[in-house]
Design a binder for this molecule. Structure first.
Ligand code: ADP
Length: 401
């Protein structure tokens, strides 16, 4: 039996850098920090949280790497430190968005893994460079500490070919243009937690997991394996999101290209100017949309959001051929009773019925379905960092790192 193991989890994105320190097997983080690069030009908002309190500081940014080095050092230096020495960290786990065709499981990071993450920048130009930057920073700050990559695409790697392959000329599939799916760490985690909550074996369950945050995706999980998901070759596909369109007729892109828009224009339009923000014209934040009861476009944005979610669940359900549990997670899924109610409205005919009182109850995880509902409707908080820490812990237990 291992004594406690200290694991640092890093989630490096383009707009923020999130770090979490765990002392496994304890699931409560000992230290949590976020560097948000987007608050002000030339400045970053640094937030740290420990059992002792929470601190927020705005710091000047001349060089992001030096801000991150100082930020990490506060884990083992200064009055807020929670470790005496950086060497106490046993493993660093990284969330990596795109693992390409190669990685179906978490892997210890070596030169080959880094080369693959770099190679996949062509498919994930925003996320993979940030993930790689996080890995290289940790190699510099903690050179003796092994690092592990946990991929957002890995959970979907066993999707059957009819779900994976686009109906394009086959050579594009051979070039790697197929449906990878994303949010896999979250979908896998909440599907596993659903099985635990229901005291059932995951291998016997059919589950649809709805990760509804700023980015939204849904996954059909059969026997613990992702068999279909709404995101595709990129995280732009699928349901409507905060600023992303989700699925639209590809003919629109051809039309707009002919109208003179460039690839960069389309990228901005579809990734940052569409979704709830694009339709409502007021916000990408669902709370603002829901609060704008007298704004017709905000109402329309919400109705499209629900319409598309219901359609996506129906489509996943049709190919899943049955359903034991529908799981809601992430910012919207965990917090918006309204969304859960509207998504599941009038679905008694296929055995889904939400109980209004339970839907407003806490704490999570919780079953919000009526007793007579054949399908259990669950709200389960996602904990991607904790899932990554657990993957690292398994490697330590097995002596892999
Ligand atoms: P990210 O994908 O960035 O991790 P989150 O999972 O934090 O995003 O989800 C952000 C979304 O959750 C926002 O659209 C926000 O409006 C929504 N959200 C958070 N709290 C609530 C709430 N109480 N009611 C409705 N929506 C909420």
């Amino acid at each position: 039996m291992l004594s406690s193991v200290t694991i640092l989890v890093m989630n490096a994105g383009s707009s923020s850098h999130k770090v979490c320190l765990y002392q496994l097997p304890d699931p409560t983080p000992r230290w949590q920090g976020v560097v948000d690069w987007t608050k002000e030009m030339g400045k970053a908002l640094v937030t740290t949280k420990t059992a002792q309190g929470k601190w927020e500081e705005v710091v000047p940014v001349t060089d992001r790497a030096s801000v991150l080095r100082d930020f990490l050092a506060t884990i083992w230096q200064g009055e807020r430190r929670v470790l005496d020495r950086p060497e106490e960290i046993r493993v660093v786990g990284h969330r990596v968005v795109h693992g390409g065709q190669v990685y179906q499981q978490p892997v210890p990071i070596d030169g080959q893994v880094k080369a693959t993450i770099r190679e996949m920048i062509k498919f994930a130009p925003v996320h993979n460079p940030a993930n790689l930057g996080g890995i290289e920073l940790m190699e510099e700050v903690l050179p003796q500490v092994p690092q592990v990559a946990v991929f957002d695409t890995a959970f979907h790697s066993q999707m059957p070919l009819p779900a994976k392959v686009y109906p394009l000329p086959y050579r594009y599939f051979e070039q790697g243009i197929y449906r990878y799916g994303f949010h896999g760490i979250s979908h896998q985690y909440v599907a596993g937690e659903a099985a635990k909550f229901l005291q059932r074996d995951l291998t016997d369950l059919k589950v649809i997991t709805c990760h509804l945050g700023n980015g939204c995706s849904l996954t059909a999980v059969r026997g613990g394996i992702s068999v279909n998901t709404t995101m595709g070759f990129t995280p732009l596909a699928g349901v409507m999101m905060g600023t992303r369109s989700g699925d639209i007729d590809p003919g629109i892109l051809i039309y707009l290209l002919r109208e003179g828009l460039t690839a960069d224009d389309l990228d901005r339009l579809l990734n940052r100017e569409s979704g709830l923000l694009g339709v409502s014209g007021i916000s990408n934040d669902l709370r603002t949309i829901l609060a704008a009861a007298d704004n017709d476009r905000a109402q329309l944005a919400y109705q499209i959001f629900i319409h598309r979610l219901r359609g996506a669940i129906g489509s996943l359900l049709a190919n899943l051929g049955g359903l034991d549990a529908l799981v809601f997670t992430a910012g919207i899924g965990e917090n918006s009773a309204q969304v859960r109610e509207d998504v599941c409205a009038n679905w008694e005919f296929w055995g889904i019925a939400v109980d209004p009182d339970r839907n407003h109850s806490r704490p999570c995880p919780i079953d919000i379905s009526r007793d007579r509902s054949k399908v259990r409707v669950l709200v389960i908080p996602t904990q991607e960092d904790w899932a990554i820490a657990q993957a690292c812990y398994e490697f330590v237990v097995k002596g892999v790192v």
